[in-house]
Design a protein around this ligand. Structure first.
Ligand SMILES: Cc1ncc(C[n+]2csc(CCOP(=O)(O)OP(=O)(O)O)c2C)c(N)n1
Ligand SMILES: [Mg+2]
Length: 946
């Protein structure tokens, strides 16, 4: 068995490679001193000097100089392994150590003066002093990882920030008192709640209270550097503390939430107190006013991360004209969650992409070294919980949570870094968790040793107060008085909380959302008129279907445009054209439009072509973005191959622009379930839990076309089982015009709910799936489309369906000239247009049989939902037999099944009597259900037989 540590022990810092590369660097310096890092230029200058003046000993001195340079490099690279950052336990041991012997130096060299001191800004210095400077800079309360950053400017900037100051703050007495005030409130709040609400869950911050001082520092510094908004995403740990002590949510409100039994009308079901969001303008001492917005958060750790970033991006675009310095996203992670939840990786991969960057996120880890009961050592393979930071070369600061000044200093530095480079930065606050996972949990079951040491560990407040007393910044009396005053204040707030009657949930970002209402049933009865006059349509069309002549495009692109033009001129419009026209008309009206998803610019099925690649340059021409100054912007972005991260991001983006149409498209609808958390925790339920509105549209490609189990179903049933109380619109359109009107209508109402659109695949080019241009000029979205090609009194069979199968049914109907069969399309499945459907059932009063037809197996698709919506109408399903997988993998078998479904819909009668119609009474002695099974369920011939 290989013992890694022993093996590493053999490793020495002094290797030929370092010497060789140093020599190379030296030659580079001789050629052009500006071409090497400034610290090396300094060093080589001194080195030249030594060479000139001490020629006789040059060989010895030179080697040692190089060794000292290596030692400095060793501290910069590995100093973080040897810090004093862990407040409650000894650190793991790392080898090789930074002992001088590992660098080809000895004790005897300690008093030798080395030019290498120039590298760290202290000039020629004794080795002893160089080491002491490095120890202070890299091995005290702060550990830094940064040498892997591939931008030399970043590395130099960080070195120059940290080395001259030895990475130690020198705060004024005023500032120190301020830090004390934050700690007093952070520690005092937890102690107070612990006393008043014994054993109640609050996910206390104890052991990580210096977070509050850090947040103050970052906000203050950010505001002084031009930031106006901080968008914060965080989990349960310490959330109540952040809500009250940073976002200024009144203590009394939180206290009431511990005991309340009722919400007022502002929200329906609500959520536990440590998930709620808050949003406030905060007045800072220096006169700046900043907005702090803490997003509501589900239990699902890290789910809020992409949402906060999407919101930040949206604010940058729509409130600050693209100035990334104005909005700072801060994500506060738990150590176990950041290390292991994959969505963190997804957003970090998104962080530098044009369509998704936020100008740098400040990631903070409240690292209590445990996740629920799981020790850090069992919770990850990486050394640090923050190692994901290295994927995109972001610096990481590990800081001892007991050292509040180091925390404040690093938060400020991180802020400066973020504003300077507009990329992500990570702060890892090393602390502990005072109690169990929650306050009722016994930590000694699982961590008996650690909790012994934690039990006697002083709070960061005590540690800092003692320091300030020693430094004579505060007296003991002042410390005690301040603590007592705060406790009295909390007592008053506690008394005041008793006066609160019901819990009220403030609207998140009210300046954006308060003019929007929450929808009620009646709102869906009258669709807004969404037509656009022909003159405007024509003008928009000619801008949209145009390529600049001075740019060169692939010849097939010209053909696409020519074909589209021909179609438009003939007064027809297909799916893609209607879709693009809805965007064009919306941006023309002042509604921003953003479309994002995998390969979404072209579209999975090459139908959309929102942008066109040019032949000789790498940019793409996007007519709706580039052809004119519209009242609002249009953007389409091909996303990275992520669903969870990107869908979450778009949800957050939509939150920041209620007036805009934000669309996330799946590659195939079936893949949305990789982002199931966003669907369950935000899209479908955020309004009931948090009073959070959102108009995000999901495009989920759908339809059984023989492409196998993962490219057919899009899981309509999932969305329908999550539908209630108008929480979202679930749509399955059959005409381009209906898509156009629905999207426009979505923006023209005074409420926003998510819209899930099952978009077609084969219908994108189906000759019948076209609308008239004049259909875009007038009218509105139709929830249900009746059959116009029947004689009502002759209809003996009423067939309800939704989406693409309509066209399969239509083909057969036309073939058979089956005018006794009425095909009714349900275009909006939720909110269910029950009254309209019931009216149709009454209208077709001669129908002997009403069918619901779907392509999915009986246990999937819309059937169970439809049945529950129309319980007394005896609808008979035509569906594939229930199965575990949604579809067959054989295209041929799919066709057999599809034909069988269509056959069953049109077969007049199955029994021996050969009646001209089916009345389900044809087989004597059998129950209705037996007859149904026999007649209407399709049997998948590969596995089932009737
Ligand atoms: C996605 C997800 N999986 C599991 C859980 C259950 N859970 C709640 S807290 C927790 C431990 C979190 O540890 P950490 O991220 O270190 O935060 P801490 O509670 O230590 O602050 C777990 C596993 C959850 N909330 N979310
Ligand atoms: Mg933890």
């Amino acid at each position: 068995m290989i013992n890694l540590i022993t093996n590493m022990d053999d490793f020495s810092f002094v290797g030929n490679s370092e010497i060789a590369s140093m020599e190379q660097l030296y030659h580079q310096y001789l050629e052009n001193p500006d071409s090497v890092d400034r610290s090396f230029a300094h060093f080589f200058k001194g080195f030249d000097f030594a060479l000139k003046h001490f020629q006789p000993v040059a060989g010895h001195v030179i080697n040692k100089e190089f060794n000292v340079v290596n030692l400095i490099h060793g501290y910069r690279q590995r100093g973080h392994f040897f810090t004093k950052t862990n407040p409650v336990r000894a650190r793991r041991q790392y080898f090789p150590t930074l002992d001088v012997e590992n660098f080809g130096l000895t004790e005897a060299d300690l008093d030798t003066v080395f030019e290498a001191g120039n590298q760290i800004g202290i000039g020629p210095a004794k080795l002893r002093d160089i080491i002491s400077h490095l120890q202070e800079t890299y091995c005290q309360s702060i550990g830094v990882e940064y040498l892997y950053v591939r931008t030399p400017e970043v590395v130099s900037w960080l070195k120059e920030k940290m080395e001259p100051t030895r990475n130690q703050p020198s705060f004024s007495a005023h500032y120190k008192r301020d830090i004390f005030r934050q700690l007093k409130r952070a520690v005092g709040f937890e102690a107070f709640v612990h006393k008043k609400f014994v054993g109640q869950k609050r996910f206390s911050l104890e052991g990580g209270e210096s977070l509050i001082a850090g947040l103050y520092a970052v906000i203050r510094k950010g505001a002084s550097m031009g930031a106006e908004e901080f968008i914060v995403g965080m989990a349960h740990r310490g959330r109540l503390n952040v809500l009250t002590n940073v976002l200024e949510k009144p203590y009394r409100n939180v206290f009431k939430e511990f005991v309340a039994q009722e919400y007022d009308e502002s929200v329906s079901l609500g959520d536990v107190k440590y998930h709620l969001g808050y949003d406030k303008l905060i007045q800072l001492e220096d006169g700046h006013e900043v907005r702090l917005a803490l997003l509501p958060n589900p239990s699902h750790l890290e789910a809020v991360t992409p949402i906060a970033l999407g919101l930040a991006r949206s604010r940058v675009e729509h409130a600050y004209k693209g100035d990334f310095d104005k909005v700072v996203p801060i994500i506060i992670h738990g150590d176990a969650a950041i290390a292991s939840q994959g969505v963190v990786y997804e957003v970090i991969q998104m962080a530098k992409l044009d369509g998704y960057k936020t100008g740098g996120t400040i990631h903070v880890v409240v690292n209590n070294q445990v996740g629920f009961t799981t020790n850090y050592i069992e919770a990850r393979s990486s050394t640090y919980s923050t190692d994901v930071a290295k994927v995109t070369n972001n610096p990481v600061f590990h800081v001892n949570g007991d050292d509040a000044e180091a925390i404040a200093y690093i938060f400020e530095l991180a802020m400066e870094y973020r504003q300077r480079f507009n990329t992500d930065v990570f702060i890892d606050i090393l602390g502990y968790r005072k109690y169990g996972h929650n306050e009722g949990d016994e930590p000694r079951f699982t961590q008996p040793l650690l909790y012994k040491s934690i039990a006697s560990h002083p709070t960061p407040l005590h540690i800092y107060a003692s320091q300030l007393v020693k430094e004579k910044v505060l007296s003991t009396k002042e410390v005690n008085q301040a603590i007592e005053e705060f406790e009295n204040h909390l007592e008053q707030e506690f008394d005041a909380s008793k006066e609160i009657d019901k819990i009220s949930m403030a609207r998140f970002m009210p300046d954006l959302w308060s003019s929007f209402s929450f929808p009620v049933k009646e709102d869906f009865k009258n669709q807004p008129s969404t037509g656009v006059d022909r003159k405007t349509l024509d003008a928009l069309w000619s801008k949209m279907n145009y390529l600049p002549e001075d740019k060169k495009f692939f010849s097939k692109v010209h053909k696409i445009l020519a074909d589209r033009q021909k179609m438009y001129d003939s007064g027809k419009i297909d799916w893609a054209m209607a879709e693009l026209m809805s965007y064009a008309t919306l941006i023309n009206d002042g509604h921003p439009v953003r479309l994002s998803g995998q390969d979404t610019e072209r579209g999975t099925f090459a139908h959309r072509h929102a942008s066109f690649a040019m032949e000789e340059v790498s940019e793409r021409y996007m007519p709706l973005r580039d052809s004119d100054e519209f009242k609002a912007p249009f953007n389409a972005y091909n996303s990275p191959l992520s669903e969870y991260g990107v869908m979450g991001f778009e949800y957050g983006y939509a939150l920041g622009v209620p007036n805009g149409l934000t669309i996330w498209e799946a590659q195939f609808g079936d893949f949305f379930n990789v982002a199931q958390v966003v669907v369950d925790q935000y899209i479908t339920s955020a309004e009931e839990k948090w009073g959070l509105s959102n108009g995000l549209v999901l495009y989920l490609l759908y339809g059984y076309e023989g492409q196998g189990p993962e490219h057919s179903s899009a899981r309509i049933e999932r969305f329908l089982s999550l539908s209630a109380r108008n929480n979202m619109q679930v749509m399955n359109f059959t005409t381009p015009a209906n898509l156009y009107h629905a999207l426009r209508g979505h923006m023209k109402r005074n409420f926003r709910i998510p819209m899930v659109v099952f978009t077609p695949k084969s219908l994108l080019r189906h000759p019948k799936c076209v609308s008239e241009v004049k259909d875009l000029e007038e009218g509105q979205f139709q929830e249900v489309i009746d059959d116009s090609d029947v004689n009502v009194s002759k209809v003996t069979r009423l067939v309800f369906c939704s989406g693409k199968i309509y066209y399969d049914l239509l083909e057969r109907k036309e073939e058979l000239k089956a005018n006794n069969v009425a095909l009714v399309r349900i275009e909006q499945l939720h909110p269910f247009p029950k009254e309209r459907i019931e009216a149709l059932i009454s209208k077709y009063s001669n129908a002997l049989l009403s069918l619901w037809v779907q392509e999915e197996p009986e246990n999937m698709g819309a059937w169970n939902y439809i049945r529950s919506m129309l319980p007394q109408h005896n609808l008979v399903p035509v569906a594939r037999l229930a199965s575990a997988s949604p579809a067959t993998g054989l295209a041929g078998l799919h066709v057999v099944g599809q034909n069988e479904i269509i056959d069953k819909v049109f077969k007049a009668c199955y029994c021996d009597k050969k009646l001209p119609y089916c009345n389900l009474n044809c087989v004597e002695g059998k129950s209705r259900d037996e007859v149904l099974k026999q007649h209407y369920y399709f049997s998948n011939p590969s596995r089932f037989s009737i």
